[in-house]
Design a protein around this ligand. Sequence first.
Ligand code: SF4
Length: 137
Amino acid sequence: MTQKGPYSFYNSVENRKECCHIRKVEPLKRALTGYSIWITGIRTEHSPNRKDMKKSEFDRINNIIKIHPLLDWSNDDVWSYIKKHGIPYNILHDKGFISIGCQPCTRAVHQGEDFRAGRWWWEDASKKECGLHTVNH
Ligand code: SF4
């Protein structure tokens, strides 16, 4: 990071994955240390890589059981639940930020665009994974 500069992720997918590893994957790995179960909010809609995932799995990289209770929920399911139960949410969602990540890598999504279009918008859609939920079993 200090060699390539703080915005190296714009230059290549390799640099972007390196940045995500430094700023997300490695810190999360440290945060998970000592825990036996990790409950996530990931859903199959988020990425083509998640279509065959199971609701529970063993993550060998982090040595932890992962549970994905919302895996088969649609976007409509999530919003219905939020509205029905008055659950607080990030107000950026009301401004077109359907999927929210780090500030320099997220933009609002325009009408008709895929809901992940605002994440790493300069990249090919099939490569949009940060590595937090890389399949490793
Ligand atoms: S989302 Fe962008 S700024 Fe955040 S860790 Fe990944 S590449 Fe770096």
